[in-house]
Write a protein that binds this ligand. Structure first.
Ligand code: GLU
Length: 388
């Protein structure tokens, strides 16, 4: 497939912006550049894409308030506590700059701060996914960063390349664009090796490709090629194509659209299929929900599981846990991530979704297991086909 088709065939795009693109070395904003990018993003939105931005820059905006007049330290690395303090100052600015730049192009933004736990623990992952998807449904552009101020060295992403790939995985995006200070992957380090050639497309994340990474270079970036390749590995196995391109000139997305230089990494599955593999994830179900014949037919047709179709619950599980679903003959027909705990399902089983609030005192979702979070067994699908 021509590399650009990765972008034009996508519907949901994550754009990752590195600090060095957004913030000058003296801590000021690259305002004209941001305005050009906001213009490009508005163009994508008009074409019907869902957009999520993952933006670095909190530390870069805040660091001058921490190092003060000590110019000697300009290029020095900050301690973890200093970085966190800088991020606490700079995140407010970062968010405000995005809000204002996007508003000029009639887009509304929302701030989302994530920690690794939020994308990797299933329960938190489901919550964060639901928030992001609700924002997208309301045509809001989420601007995501790492929750730098509370992370510790052991529990941080540390770089927004991997965070962006996790976000792409979480929302089943089909393209991730890393706007960077490099224009893609080279066979060697182009700074020291003049035989190094640019690689326009990678279809397989082999160990030879991983070996092409060099160390991080820019004082402000935490990443480097290695974290970009790790991001590519996460994204492509989540069904998301990924591009690394030079974002420094004005209108970087338009340039990419016009066929600008980039390295595209091809996804090795579809986002939904990859999500279903992740849901199953080799885990043992924590409990079982038995459903009536109507629900069992609905599930085999790709519908969500509603409380009304549930006849029995066993096991002690919480929201976000993996649950097996059985039919009336006790055969497992599907597995999925539940949005209600076992004790809540005991109370709402057999009831219409409209009654959930009266019974539980709250109502998070109409679905007990959403269709996107369900893996229906092939056998169940087969017998459904025979029935039709
Ligand atoms: N989260 C950090 C910040 O906003 C940046 C991490 C990175 O550069 O990848 O400053």
């Amino acid at each position: 497939m021509a590399a650009l088709t990765y972008l034009t065939s996508a519907r949901r795009i994550v754009v990752k912006v590195g600090s060095a693109l957004l913030v000058n070395t003296d801590g000021t904003l690259r305002a004209a550049w941001l305005d050009g990018l906001a213009h490009d993003l508005a163009g994508l939105k008009r074409r019907g894409y869902d957009i999520v931005i993952v933006s670095s820059g909190a530390i870069a905006f805040g660091r001058n308030m921490i190092i003060g007049a000590d110019q000697q330290r300009n290029n020095a690395r900050l301690s973890l506590a200093e970085k966190q303090a800088a991020a606490a100052i700079g995140q407010i600015r970062l968010n405000t700059e995005w809000q204002q730049a996007m508003a000029k192009h009639d887009m509304t933004t929302a701030q989302i701060l994530l920690s690794p736990d939020d994308t990797e623990t299933r329960r938190k992952h489901l919550n964060a996914r639901a928030t992001l998807i609700t924002l997208l449904e309301h045509q809001i552009v989420p601007v995501v960063n790492e929750n730098d101020t509370v992370a510790t060295a052991e529990i941080r992403y540390g770089d927004n390349d991997r965070l962006a790939a996790r976000v792409a995985q979480m929302i089943s995006a089909d393209a991730l664009i890393l706007l960077s200070d490099v224009d893609g992957l080279y066979s060697g380090d182009p700074n020291s090796d003049n035989t190094a050639t640019h690689i326009p497309e990678v279809t397989n994340m082999t160990s030879d490709i991983m070996a092409m990474a060099g160390p991080a270079r820019h004082a402000f970036s935490s990443g480097g090629m290695i974290t970009k390749l790790e991001a590519a590995r996460i994204a492509t196995s989540a069904g998301c194509h990924m591009a690394i391109c030079h974002g420094g000139d004005d209108h970087p997305i338009q340039q990419l659209y016009d066929g600008g230089i980039a390295t595209w990494f091809r996804a090795n599955s579809q986002p939904l299929q990859a999500r279903k593999t992740w849901i199953d994830g080799g885990l043992t179900p924590k409990g079982t929900i038995m459903v009536d014949d109507g629900a069992s037919l609905a599930l085999s047709r790709g519908k969500s599981l509603l409380a009304a179709g549930i006849t029995a619950v066993t096991g002690d599980f919480d929201k976000g846990d993996l649950i097996a679903i059985t039919d009336q003959s006790n055969a497992t027909i599907a597995r999925g991530l539940t949005r209600y705990s076992a004790s809540d399902i005991q109370l709402i089983k057999g009831h219409n979704s409209g009654e959930i609030e009266t019974i539980l005192g709250y109502r998070d979702h109409d679905e007990v297991i959403h269709a996107d979070d369900l893996v229906v067994d092939a056998v169940a699908r087969q017998s459904q086909k025979k029935d039709m």
